[in-house]
Design a protein around this ligand. Sequence first.
Ligand code: TYM
Length: 331
Amino acid sequence: METVLSGIRPTGNLHLGNYFGALRNFIDMQNEHNCFFFIADYHSLTTHPTPHDLHGNVRQILVEYLAAGLDPEKSTLYVQSDVPEVIELYLFLNMNAYVGELERCTSFKDKIRQQPENVNAGLLTYPTLMAADILIHRATKVPVGKDQEQHLEMARTFGNRFNRLYNCNYFPEPQAFNFGKELIKIPGLNGSGKMGKSEGEGNAIFLADEPEAIRKKVMKAVTDAGPTVPNQAKPEAIQNIFQLMRVVSAPETLSYFEEQYNSCHIRYGDMKKQLAQDMIAFTEPIRERIKAISADEAYVSRAARIGREKARESASKTIREVREIIGFKSF
Ligand code: TYM
């Protein structure tokens, strides 16, 4: 049995990138593995220090996790800030994380560019907090999208370094994980490489989007004038809509439009209509469950409560053992 851990920041609703990168296939793993799914609300303060409605955002992700199929009885579904043990491990890991390696992290460099007015120490140590999330449950498999690959590498570095420094074999090596050989990157609709909550208007399709909103965004997706030569290579924006079709549509639908493209007969309007329809059909049951679960306060609170209890049990065991390994003793 593996220990699997997946996390999401509560800085916006879940979109199809989150769903395919970190959630969908792992729902089936709940039956066989020890699964943790959490909401990274401490992390969200690195970019949103004064959130408008932190609790509401966390609740929304909790509801969407449940609606996507997570079972709070089988998995441990929790909020990061409900488990303060994470912060103690974060502190220990920070003592052995070097400023140079943190400064070289790609996501740190990106963030410096995006928010030059707020280059805070939390941003710099984002990877150690993320390593603490993973190592606190001694997770071995971490479902993530391609964008988190380097963070996973750093979590392995910090865990291995701890083992070496304290001459133990305590932390296993966490592996970034998705089904298939590669980590996934779901593209956005506005021609930008990645679907994301901060990648601009119209870029992301959210699980909670109403059909009309989905249709509007898809019909506005960036395309070009169309191929002029048979079997022409696809530019990035065109690859994007094909890639989106690959994840939500039937294989026959995808091959039909591939053929149309290769023979230069493609009509992007028709393709987008089909894509929108398939996205609506795909998200519909989840959207309905989001509404139903959101209205059931007792269920949501109970899910958070049992998650917190299970997560703290696992985390406090690790902290007890880590303290012992380092040499902390009570008088
Ligand atoms: P976040 O909140 O940006 O995204 C949550 C998860 O969704 C994946 N993802 C994608 N996958 C494929 N295509 C996309 N377009 C796409 N957009 C997002 C992300 O790779 C991620 O798996 N640092 C993390 C949160 C975190 C975490 C952790 C994750 C904190 N601690 C420990 C795993 C383990 C983040 O910002 O994810």
